[in-house]
Design a protein around this ligand. Structure first.
Ligand code: FUL
Length: 489
C-alpha cells in the first residue's frame, strides 16, 4: 500500500476543511453607508417645517428687510408639531432655523434680525429651544436648515460672511437638538440649501464649504450634512417628490459644490452607478403648494401623497415632507388630518405581506447547501440583518416565490442589504397566473435600501424575480408582495 505523503495529507485536510467550513459573507462592494447614514435611511420619512417671517407676510422668499415684529406666532406649540410628526410615523423634524431672509428663529448673537429683536414674547422667545424640548420628549430626532444665502446679513458678499456664517452654525449646533436622555443635544441632519436668487447683478458670495462642513463635523459629529452633493445625503434634483426610477445612493461628487457648482439635476436624481461616495438621495417636497404656510392653500390629496411615497421611499430615497406651521405656530388641522390619512393608508397597504404566504427558492445560494446563513427564506423574515446572497461569481440568479393558494397583489417590494453596498443594476419580474400561464410583470434597474414597484393587479401562483445585472453578487434582505386598494393608480 502506498504511504500517503505529508504533502498529500495537507491537501486532503485542506479540502476537508474547505468542505466543512462555513461560507463567509460577501465583502462590501464599493462605497457603503456609515452607521449614521444607515440609521438615517431607516427613518424613511421625516418632517420639514418652514416657519418664519414668510409665514406672516405670505412670501416664499423674504428679502431680509421685513420688520422683526412681523414674526409673531399667537400660540406657538412645538409639542403639537412633534406629536403630529410622531403620529404620522416620521423619525425627525427639520426646521428652517434661518431661511434666505436671514431671520433667525433663535437669539443669534451674529444677527440683529432674530426673535430677540421682535416683540414676540418680549424678545424672549426661542423656537429652537422649544422644538429641542419637544423633540426630546417625543423621542424624535431634530435637524436644522440654516440657509447660507442671507439677504439680511450686512457682510453677505464678502469673506467676512463666511466667518459670520460659521459662528451662526456654532450658535445653533452647540445649543440645540434632541436629547435622548444622555444629556447631549444632538442634531441628526444639517440642511444646506443651495438656492441663491441674487441674480447677475446681486451680491456674490464664495462660500467656504470646507469650513462649514468642518464646523458641523466638530460640533455634531453624528449629523448628516445635506446639500446638493452631501457629504451626508444629497438633494434629489427636484421639489416634486420624485426620485429617479434609477436611483443609486452613490455619487461621483469630486469637483462639484452645492448650488451653482452642483452636478446636473438628472445626476442628482439618479446618482452614479458604482459612484465613489455613498451620498443617498433625500426627496424634499411640500404637502402644500408653497414651502411656507399661506392662507387659502390646501394640502395635497391623499392620492398625491401616496404617489409621492412610492416615488421617494419606494425609489431608494428618504422622504422629507414639508408640513409648514401656520400663523399661530401650529400645524394646520387640514394638514395633520391629511398626514393621519397617509399614515393609516400606508399601515393598511403594508399590513399583510402576501409573499409570506408562499415559499421562496433561489437558483443559487452562497456556499450551496452549506450556505445556511444566506438562504432565500431570509427574504421573508423581519430581521433586517439576515439576507440571501450568492457566490461572488453568480451575478444573475433567479428567485421564485410559489404559492399553494394564488395571491392577488399590485405592489412588489425589494430591499438590498445596503450595509454591503448597492449592487443591483437590473432586474425583471414575471408571474405564473392561476391557469399556469407565464406573464412578464415589471422590470427595473436599481433596488437600493427600498424599492416598491407598482404593477397592475394580478393573481399569481408563482412570482419569478430575475436579477439581470449586478455589479457584484446581489445581496437582498427582503421581498414583499402587497395589495394597494387605496391609491388610484
Ligand atoms: C429651496 C429654497 O429656496 C426654498 O425656499 C425651500 O427652502 C426649499 C426647501 O429649498 O432651495
Amino acid at each position: 500500500m502506498k504511504i500517503i505523503q505529508s504533502k498529500d495529507l495537507i491537501l486532503i485536510l485542506l479540502l476537508v476543511f474547505a468542505a466543512c467550513s462555513k461560507p463567509v459573507p460577501p465583502k462590501p462592494f464599493g462605497a457603503c453607508p456609515t452607521p449614521q447614514q444607515m440609521a438615517w435611511q431607516r427613518m424613511e420619512m421625516n418632517m420639514f417645517c418652514h416657519f418664519g417671517p414668510n409665514t406672516f407676510s405670505g412670501a416664499e422668499w423674504g428679502d431680509g428687510s421685513e420688520t422683526e415684529d412681523l414674526f409673531n406666532p399667537s400660540a406657538l406649540d412645538c409639542r403639537q408639531w412633534a406629536a403630529t410628526a410622531r403620529r404620522a410615523g416620521m423619525g425627525g423634524i427639520i426646521v428652517t432655523a434661518k431661511h434666505h431672509d436671514g431671520f433667525c428663529l433663535w437669539p443669534n448673537p451674529q444677527s440683529t434680525h432674530t426673535v430677540a429683536q421682535s416683540s414676540w414674547r418680549d424678545g424672549k422667545g426661542d423656537v429652537l429651544r422649544e422644538l429641542s424640548e419637544a423633540c426630546s420628549e417625543a423621542r424624535l430626532a431634530m435637524g436644522v436648515y440654516v440657509s447660507p444665502w442671507d439677504r439680511n446679513a450686512p457682510t453677505y458678499g464678502s469673506d467676512a460672511y463666511n466667518e459670520t456664517f460659521r459662528l451662526t452654525l456654532e450658535s445653533v449646533l452647540s445649543q440645540y437638538g434632541s436629547d435622548d436622555g444622555s444629556g447631549k443635544r444632538r442634531i441628526f441632519e444639517q440642511w444646506f440649501d443651495g438656492a441663491n436668487g441674487e441674480g447677475p447683478n446681486g451680491k456674490r458670495q464664495t462660500y467656504d464649504w470646507p469650513l462649514f462642513n468642518a464646523t458641523v463635523a466638530r460640533l455634531q459629529p453624528e449629523a448628516l450634512i445635506f446639500s446638493d452633493v452631501g457629504p451626508g445625503c444629497r438633494w434629489v434634483g427636484n421639489e416634486s417628490g420624485e426620485a429617479g426610477a434609477t436611483c443609486y445612493s452613490t455619487l461621483d461628487a469630486d469637483g462639484f459644490t452645492p448650488g451653482a457648482g452642483a452636478p446636473p439635476t438628472e445626476v442628482l436624481n439618479c446618482g452614479n452607478a458604482g459612484g465613489k461616495y455613498w451620498i443617498p438621495a433625500e426627496t424634499d417636497v411640500s404637502i402644500r403648494p408653497g414651502w411656507f404656510w399661506h392662507e387659502d392653500e390646501e394640502p395635497k390629496s391623499l392620492d398625491e401623497l401616496l404617489h409621492i411615497y412610492y416615488t421617494s421611499v419606494g425609489r431608494n430615497s428618504l422622504l422629507l415632507l414639508n408640513v409648514p406651521p401656520d400663523r399661530r405656530g401650529r400645524i394646520d388641522a387640514t394638514d395633520s388630518l391629511r398626514l393621519m390619512e397617509l399614515r393609516a393608508a400606508l399601515d393598511s397597504i403594508f399590513a399583510t405581506d402576501l409573499a409570506r404566504q408562499g415559499n421562496v427558492e433561489a437558483s443559487h445560494t452562497r456556499g450551496g447547501k452549506r450556505g445556511k446563513a444566506f438562504v432565500a427564506s431570509n427574504l421573508l423574515d423581519d430581521d433586517y440583518d439576515t439576507y440571501w446572497t450568492t457566490d461572488d461569481s453568480i451575478l444573475t440568479p433567479v428567485l421564485t416565490l410559489t404559492f399553494e393558494q394564488p395571491v392577488t397583489f399590485n405592489r412588489i417590494l425589494l430591499q438590498e442589504y445596503i450595509p454591503l453596498g448597492q449592487r443591483i443594476a437590473g432586474f425583471c419580474i414575471a408571474y405564473v397566473d392561476a391557469d399556469g400561464k407565464r406573464h412578464r410583470l415589471a422590470d427595473g434597474t436599481t433596488v437600493g435600501y427600498k424599492r416598491i414597484l407598482l404593477t397592475p393587479t394580478v393573481t399569481a401562483r408563482q412570482v419569478m424575480i430575475s436579477i439581470d445585472k449586478s455589479m457584484a453578487c446581489p445581496v437582498l434582505n427582503r421581498i414583499g408582495l402587497f395589495m394597494d386598494n387605496i391609491t388610484n393608480r
